[in-house]
Design a protein around this ligand. Structure first.
Ligand code: FES
Ligand SMILES: [Fe+2]
Length: 377
């Protein structure tokens, strides 16, 4: 009992610290202390307070282009089945049989109907029960139950889900980000590949890492520095829902394709990196869109599902393979750093150092202020 009280008090003090850090003027912005990334009770609080009530990107709509195409996902306690129905609508259904709770589907694929592997109840592609063998006398017949459905929205070709039935719609909150991306025709980018990996890091560490340019030239000297050196990066638009920065290419770098016809020359010569709060980070360039959906599993573990999309057919298959290999290497470089840092952050000497100037780490300051708003004073 006494232990619980101490933990409660510690977590309350952490929230207070978060408010104080987020209230600093930008010029004095500081990092959050290490225990924000390592304390299991604080992680539980994050999940309860906002992570389980926010919109989470699950993938791209054209990963499942035909009726019956599906993939599965897990968001906190909920196993999800993302499926395109006969009416072409994408639904996010509970991936749990209504009989005794067996998952209905695994991985990804395409099907005419979903048949539970345990006692063979079957479901239509909109989740309605089709058949339950030997259950007629119990009143369990076609249409008598259905897989529960979660809130789902499509925005710019991304699929988002929210476990909270009362959540505000997402799209109206993303109008400013829409302005930043509109010339890229993000909604038309064509899905090329999906990968899924578990990383041993706190979810916020990957958000912050992806969204800051300060490390680019140091951690990625061979893979990114010649295209997106730290020194040319510039903070971009942000608001309560997202933050962004532009990783500009040096004039010496070759163009990397034309992309959408409405792009300006400047837009063609940069990657725009954005974070839809809390846990989607993405890089939009003229011919390539890479998006990472970060699913927090525990305080020190995340599932990263990342997709790569391209603009029409401008890049050859070889060029696409090269870009995929490059992104695997970039992720490997980041992952190595983050997993080492995670092990060190529990130290009582873990720092709360200064954030770098706005163009390099201003996005982290935006992220902290988003986090702070989740705990009303
Ligand atoms: S759990 Fe699915 S049919 Fe029994
Ligand atoms: Fe990186």
């Amino acid at each position: 009992m006494k232990m619980q009280l101490i933990q409660k008090q510690r977590v309350a003090e952490m929230v207070e610290t978060l408010h104080q850090v987020a209230a600093l003027p930008e010029a004095e912005a500081q990092c959050l202390p290490g225990w924000f990334y390592t304390d299991p009770e604080f992680f539980d609080l994050e999940v309860r307070t906002f992570l389980s009530k926010e919109w989470h990107c699950l993938g791209r709509a054209d990963e499942i282009p035909q009726p019956g195409d599906y993939f599965t996902a897990q968001l906190f306690d909920e196993p999800l089945l993302v499926v395109r129905g006969d009416d072409e609508q994408i639904r996010v259904l509970s991936n749990l049989c209504r009989h005794r709770g067996m998952p209905i589907a695994e991985g990804s694929g395409s099907t005419r109907k979903f048949v539970c592997s345990y006692h063979a109840w079957s479901y239509a592609r909109d989740g309605e029960l089709l058949n339950a063998p030997r259950m007629r006398d119990k009143g369990v017949t076609k249409g008598s139950c259905a897989l529960p459905e979660f809130r789902c929205e499509e925005w710019n070709g991304f699929i988002y889900a929210n476990l909270d039935d009362d959540a505000e719609p997402l799209a109206p909150r993303l109008e400013q980000l829409e302005v930043l991306l509109e010339n890229y025709e993000t909604d038309k980018m064509r899905h090329v590949a999906t990968f899924e990996e578990d990383w041993h890091t706190n979810w916020k560490c990957l958000v912050e890492n992806f969204m800051e340019a300060y490390h680019l030239s140091v951690v990625h000297p061979e893979t990114l520095h010649h295209y997106t050196p730290t020194g040319l990066s510039r903070k971009a638009l942000s608001d309560d829902t997202f933050t962004a920065y532009c990783a500009n290419y040096p004039s010496s770098a070759e163009a990397r394709g034309m992309g959408a016809p409405g792009l300006t020359e400047d837009e063609r010569r940069r990657s725009t990196l954005f974070n839809v709060f809390p846990a989607q980070v993405a890089s939009q360039a003229a011919t390539l869109l890479v998006s990472l959906s970060i699913k927090p599993l525990a305080v020190d573990c995340i599932r990263v599902r990342w997709t790569l999309s391209t603009y029409e057919n401008e890049l050859t298959q070889d060029e696409l393979e090269e870009r995929i290999a490059l992104w695997h290497e970039v992720n490997r470089e980041d992952r190595e750093k983050l997993e080492k840092m995670q092990l060190a952050l529990s130290s009582r000497h873990a720092p709360s150092g200064h954030l770098a100037p706005s163009d390099y780490e201003g996005t982290i300051w935006d992220f902290y202020r988003y986090l702070s708003r989740q705990y009303p004073v």
